[in-house]
Design a protein around this ligand. Structure first.
Ligand code: G3H
Ligand code: 13P
Ligand code: ZN
Length: 309
């Protein structure tokens, strides 16, 4: 069935692991993710961005996710990633999503609270949970480009008031992650602000925290893309050992999109380069789907620790 993330987060918090939230855009991505989750008996969150909904159309994505539930028998949480308006959140809730994010993190504190509160009231009336965000990530946040200078870490002194006033069910914070495949300057040492996470944890004991921008940009995939005609110099992600540490703390949901994109693209580039005469999309999408499966299985076992949970 489609379920909310409430129980998933309670167990993850207590168990010192995290749930993977993977972005979905088409059938092969959904099958790759849910196939791996089913193999490993792992709880999973499938998340849909505004852009994904525009790409695949809302009915197709909804029906594909329903197909994955039927096919795998897994409890799956279907989540709106980076909702930017009340209307978009409402539309997803009305469609049957079990979780929505209202991302008003670029707005002033009081406006963020007011909009988040409005979404929480509608969502809770419909049995749906809400993720909100405080602090800004650098990088590309759903069409809005936040430059490194404009990004700011979450202020721990604000989180208690925010959660109390909004009634949100989980909170995304900014501790140095960012969206996309270029998270840190080449030559610098990637380092998340665990001191900020610790302060947030103290202010909100037992409350589930979310990390966006948590792809690790594995260099073998970047190298494969570059070897077979791509050009992604200086692509760098969050080291996996730092994500494991976050998962052992208050972080219950870790968002991963870019690593799936890299796995799929590397696979397709390699396949087409090695089979220049092939033109049946099934021929290159089958290994691409398997590459997503393998990436998600690796995350579940080696980063999130949610296998068998
Ligand atoms: O947070 C961004 C996610 O990676 C989704 O990206 O808005 O291009 O679908 P998108
Ligand atoms: P990545 O770009 O690091 O995969 O982050 C994805 C994300 O945060 C989706 O909301
Ligand atoms: Zn995000």
């Amino acid at each position: 069935p489609l379920v909310t993330s409430k129980e998933m987060f309670e167990k993850a918090y207590k168990g010192g692991y995290a749930i993977g939230a993977f972005n979905v855009n088409n059938m092969e991505i959904i099958q790759g993710i849910t196939g791996a989750a089913a193999d490993l008996k792992a709880p999973v969150i499938l998340q849909v961005s505004k852009g994904a909904r525009a790409y695949a159309n809302r009915t197709y994505l909804m029906k594909l996710v329903e197909a994955a539930v039927i096919d795998t028998g897994l409890p799956i949480c279907l989540h709106l990633d980076h909702g930017d308006t009340f209307e978009l959140c409402k539309s997803c809730i009305d469609d049957g999503f079990t979780s929505v994010m209202i991302d008003a993190s670029s707005k002033p504190f009081a406006e963020n609270i007011a909009l988040t509160r409005q979404v929480v009231e509608y969502a809770h009336d419909h049995g749906v949970v809400v993720e909100a965000e405080l602090g800004t990530l650098a990088g590309i946040e759903d069409e809005v480009n936040v430059s490194a200078e404009d990004s700011s870490y979450t202020r721990p002194e604000e989180v208690q008031e925010f959660v109390e006033k909004t009634g949100c069910d989980s909170l995304a914070i900014a501790i140095g992650t960012s969206h996309g495949a270029y998270k840190f300057k080449p030559g610098t040492k990637p380092q998340l602000r665990f001191d900020v996470l610790e302060e947030v944890e103290k202010k909100l004991p037992g409350f589930p925290i979310v990390l966006h921008g948590s792809s690790s940009v594995p260099q073998e995939f970047v190298e494969k893309i570059n070897k077979f005609g791509g050009n992604m110099p200086g692509a760098i992600g969050v080291p996996e050992n730092q994500l494991r540490k976050a998962a052992s703390m208050a972080v219950c949901k870790i968002n991963i999109d870019s690593d799936l994109r890299l796995a799929m693209t590397a696979s397709i580039r390699e396949y087409l380069a090695e089979h220049p005469d092939h033109f049946d999309p099934r021929q290159y999408l089958k290994p691409a789907r398997q590459a997503i499966h393998d990436m998600v299985a690796h995350k579940i076992v080696d980063v999130l620790g949610c296998d068998g949970k």
